[in-house]
Design a protein around this ligand. Sequence first.
Ligand code: AMP
Length: 218
Amino acid sequence: MKIVLLGAPGAGKGTYASRLKDTYNIPHISTGDVLREAIKNKTEAGLKAKIYMDKGDFVPDEIIIDLLKERLNQDDAKTGMLLDGFPRTIEQAKILDEIIGIKAVLKFDINKDVVLRRLGGRLICKGCGEIFNKHKLPPKQEGICDLCENQLHQREDDTEETIIKRYDLYQNQISPLEEHYKKTNNLHTLDSNIDLSDPECKVLENCKIILDNIKSKL
Ligand code: AMP
């Protein structure tokens, strides 16, 4: 089950992927995480990518595509994946079509003011990657992950200026991507303005309905 997750930064792609991956037994592959891992390991690609990421710009295709192919070749991605952060442009979507056959695209819609609130308060576990929010989804103990007890941190590119730039870049690219996936795949749009912590939130439930339906047809 090869699924693409589209959405602006802060739309909840990572949060929902972390809740769906075990249910469907497929990995969550985030190109942002792949790049951050390359930076951590001080690889040549990682060091080049960091210059773009710190400014909130797109990393050039020749860097990201090689890293993505490498990740998709790993054993856990043989049966499928929840692909988060790729494609970001129509050119990347066309390249992805050549690499893997996508079964469906889940698009998480979100407004700019909600993104600013969410990412401004976002805390990420250094150990397991679980996502919290200072205001809306705080950990039980300040600065500590509820799941693995590692430390929580804020991403370097979660500053207001960079958040706005990343959001605007996404908005500039989304229409052609949407048109592309309307033609070639199964595009599902979800309103992600409501937080997962809100009892009224049905986004996770709706994702599961879509994915169960796809799974039943495999
Ligand atoms: P994310 O974790 O998805 O918010 O991505 C963090 C940063 O990684 C982005 O702001 C970009 O600089 C870079 N990045 C991630 N995925 C891509 C991609 N598909 N194409 C270009 N740059 C990317």
